[in-house]
Design a protein around this ligand. Structure first.
Ligand SMILES: [Zn+2]
Length: 271
């Protein structure tokens, strides 16, 4: 119990330190460091909470692969910020997969996942040991809520760079040019392309928060007995960090200190 309380304390401190950079003053170095340290610490915390850290070696594995994934998320954000939407999303999904794997006691590349609207598919690679299924899928209430919110505030949907994207005729508030609910970007009609790229940075952040969240309700990747299934349901992702972020953080912090905005503004050159 004490261990878990400590882990939660570390998580909260990591979260609170990140918004300390001011919106316009944030440098690229700060963004890299925030991603590497943020994903490293949260991956270690997730591994501990999921009972997968039993030794110093396990801790180093979670911290090291978490940091590498954090750098992957940073590169993914750079790509979507430059308009390379699909390759950025692939890299973000790969980074999330590595974190899912090492915090489940698997090798870093044992399973590769991709988040679609409403389900995340995970495919066993040749590195997987005794996989339960070749393809398993998870669902998350957060994704369903995000999709419902995105649809409720949008007027049109389209595929943009491989992403289900939305367009709205009316902004949510004055001077608002776009928004993202989870993995669903929305741009106000007639706004420049840079707005879409900005919202795509938020989509990658959403996948990063998914990977950071401890998941107590997911089945193990491994099977105890029998044959491997072709397709299996892997369980429900709680995505507590993503939900907490959606519901509270955005309101608790002043807009110009909010790390998600600081990062998106520093990566996307506005038009
Ligand atoms: Zn934004």
């Amino acid at each position: 119990m004490v261990k878990k309380t400590m882990v939660i304390a570390v998580l909260l401190i990591a979260w609170l330190v990140m918004p300390s950079a001011r919106l316009l003053a944030v440098s690229e170095k700060t963004v890299v460091l925030g991603n590497v340290v943020g994903s490293g610490v949260t991956t270690l915390a997730r591994g501990l909470l999921q009972g997968r850290v039993h030794s110093f070696k396990d801790a180093v594995k979670c911290l090291g692969y978490g940091m590498a994934s954090g750098y992957g998320f940073y590169q993914a954000k750079k790509q979507v910020a430059a308009g390379r939407t699909f390759s950025g999303i692939l890299l973000a999904n790969l980074s999330a997969s590595v974190i899912d794997n090492v915090t489940s006691g698997e090798g870093p590349l044992s399973y590769l996942g991709f988040t679609l609207p409403l389900v995340r598919l995970e495919v066993a690679t040749p590195f997987a040991k005794r996989p339960r299924a070749l393809v398993s899928f998870t669902v998350s209430p957060r994704d369903a809520i995000s999709l419902a919110l995105a649809i409720s505030k949008a007027d049109r949907a389209s595929l943009r760079g491989g992403m289900l994207s939305f367009e709205a005729d009316e902004p949510l508030a004055e001077n608002v040019r776009g928004w993202a609910h989870g993995i669903f970007p929305t741009v106000v009609a007639g706004k420049p392309e840079s707005v879409f790229r900005h919202e795509m940075v938020h989509v990658v952040q959403s996948l990063q928060l998914m990977a950071a969240s401890p998941e107590p309700f997911l089945k193990s990747y491994r099977r105890d007995e029998g044959k491997m299934k072709l397709l299996d349901f892997g369980g429900v992702r709680a995505q507590v960090l993503g939900l907490a972020n959606d519901l509270t953080l955005a309101k608790l912090q002043t807009y110009d200190k909010y790390w998600r905005e600081a990062e998106a503004y520093s990566l996307v050159v506005s038009q």
